[in-house]
Design a protein around this ligand. Sequence first.
Ligand SMILES: [Zn+2]
Ligand SMILES: [Zn+2]
Length: 428
Amino acid sequence: MKVLLQNAQIIDPQVKLNRTADILLEDGIITKIDESISIKADHVLDLKDKIISPGFADVHVHLREPGREDEETIETGSSAAAAGGFTGICCMPNTEPAIDSAEVVTFIKEKAKGLLVDVYPIGAVTKKREGKELAFLGEMAEAGVVGFSDDGVAVSTSHLLKYAFEYSSMFNLPIVEHCEDSSLTVDGVMNEGFNSTKFGLPPHPSLAEDLIALRDIAVLDYSGGRLHIAHISTKGAVEILRQAKKRGLKVTGEAAPHHFTLTDDAVQTYDTNTKVNPPLRSQEDVDAISEGLKDGTIDCIACDHAPHSIEEKEWEYIYSPFGMIGLETSVGLTLTKLYHTKILSLEDIVMKMSINPREIFNLAKAKIEVGENANLTILDANQNWTVDRFNLKSKSINTPFHGWELKGRAIGVINNKKLIINKQELNI
Ligand SMILES: [Zn+2]
Ligand SMILES: [Zn+2]
């Protein structure tokens, strides 16, 4: 089948491409890129004023299957990802059972077969994520995990972390760290500062994040391996990452849209959708994250999509679970808060949402070049739209961005011989 994509601005910094042209796809393969292609195709899409980029990948997603299929499944999470402009997602191991064996890895990969979105499991560092003994990292690597993490908590001890680095480096896979010294955050539900005192909520200090980032970098320096710091939320952690990179250590980092969009002022509504871990921080932290994204310290944007049921999110603030969904607002928030404010260029955004995450986690290539599989994201950087949580593909609706006006969104994705454009799905 032939699909002709016309008149789009094609941006792929990997092949130094940034120009307006047509792309021809034949049976899911890019067969021609040219100023103007005239050919009889089965589908012709006029993408004037739209952008075609290599397919975006979000490396930090919680899919809840197995265990909490009422909140999200592999299928609904993938639909949410496609609707949000992603063609690849990495799913975190805090499921029930945890992703700590080849069996669970295989189960997820089987369930994801045939979907437009590629699903890449991340295995647990320790058995059941209990922090007591190392999980079977080799067996999971063989089954196809793309990294290891005990996300939800930090790797419990320096001893286990050191072994985890040593084993994971045998497979060239990163350890993805949730930086939180839990001895400092007991019962903490929001950032420690003026607001936590004012709102009377138990505090979670930024020091908890900075300390584990420092510990992990020290251990990495000693043992070798690769470290990827998840959801960076503090000014301190940005600086720690910046210095570690200067020293040449193999460390990368990600930031979530809510951490460069909201401050802990948002908690004053006591809306439990503002309760995330790590928490929303101060303006100083938000500015440091934008700066870290701009100067290249922070490599990726990943949303930490964390679906929760309405019943649980309706509990009191201190009892409600941590997390907000993010797959369908990530691109919109990024374009609104970073592109339209001139903090990042479109090329930078493509680097942080497609190229860097794919490289760090060894995901399938997405390159706009003749002969490559069509793995593409289509953006309308100027479309104004309003977030409506009742009109999302995710099974859960826990977002604090309901009713927000955003500028820019993904309008289509192409991958695995499937195409979605303006919510219409086609097999190509
Ligand atoms: Zn986490
Ligand atoms: Zn997470």
